[in-house]
Ligand binder design. Sequence first.
Ligand SMILES: NC(=O)c1ccc[n+]([C@@H]2O[C@H](COP(=O)([O-])OP(=O)(O)OC[C@H]3O[C@@H](n4cnc5c(N)ncnc54)[C@H](O)[C@@H]3O)[C@@H](O)[C@H]2O)c1
Length: 351
Amino acid sequence: MKLMITGGAGFIGSALIRTLISETNVYIVNVDKLSYAGNLESLAGISGDASYVFEHADICDADKMQALFKTHRPDAVMHLAAESHVDRSIDGPDDFIQTNIVGTYSLLQASRTYWETLSSKKKAAFRFHHISTDEVFGSLGAEGLFTETSPYQPNSPYSASKSASDHLVRAWHHTYALPVLITNCSNNYGPYQFPEKLIPLMILNALAGKPLPVYGKGQHVRDWLYVEDHVRALYRVLTKGRVGETYNIGGGNEMSNLGVVETICSLMDELLPRPEKYNNLIRFVDDRPGHDLRYAIDAAKISRELGWQPRESFATGLRKTVQWYLNHLRWCERVSDGRYQGERLGVISGT
Ligand SMILES: NC(=O)c1ccc[n+]([C@@H]2O[C@H](COP(=O)([O-])OP(=O)(O)OC[C@H]3O[C@@H](n4cnc5c(N)ncnc54)[C@H](O)[C@@H]3O)[C@@H](O)[C@H]2O)c1
């Protein structure tokens, strides 16, 4: 199978490519514009593989997307390219509208134009798999779980742009019969995540003896999904999922942000002890505007229909993650191009 993966130089995309190259026979075309979040360092181990090629391109460039489909003639697309950081979407929504909505539209159009040229057998086998987030469903209270039928209630510019892209993908299926799949997953964590996101930021700040900023009182709850569990779920959906369906993917690991930071501190106390406990670095800071209280996924459908289960608990996955960052400080230095220095993003002045 020849697979076009967009956003393959990012956190989840690179994990997907590393896993598929080592565990399957797929040929991969990685389409990525290398934004601040995309880095080929994350693919250094497989970049010379005969089953892999990199195309430096922006998914918003409609002509380029059409040309890439003509050149590579993929059997399926896994669409991960996106602007992905909620705090950045508060500071500057424009890139989110462009990449997440306009870019998804241009990719859908290029896929459809190409798909219509295929033989009926190849047409039936083609898949457009859109990778999305549970944030499209808004916020939960203390009880309940998001299911595939939860209503869309996005609250941030990021989640609104991802919701729009989900709707476009759905419409291209219902209107043009493009064989699509949609997955909505919870918060991913693991190796190679850009150090602006909660877990790597806390590990690196703790290492540097810097404050560990926790938004509000740290009571916001997320369901944590180890990235390698996620990419196996994605491949399962791509190869076995029912066309036109949506699948929720979650790790079954709910934890408050404060709980996450305290667990990281205990792991650091054990793995890299220093005279003072790391949790003395915790500082409560102003909350994120419009911060969703709780996300939690009901992953029963993917488990029941496709037999997928996460392998990692939060305890085992977080230990692996902390250990990985401590062993890969050079990667962290090299992916930070100097523009991002761990500072607070997503604060609206005057609030
Ligand atoms: N990380 C999470 O916890 C999480 C949770 C749910 C859903 N998702 C979704 O999964 C996907 C991947 O997330 P991630 O965390 O790996 O993101 P990321 O920010 O680490 O990577 C995004 C990648 O997309 C590329 N990209 C951005 N704009 C592009 C454009 N216009 N053209 C081509 N490439 C472009 C970047 O260079 C980067 O390599 C996203 O669609 C995101 O919405 C992520």
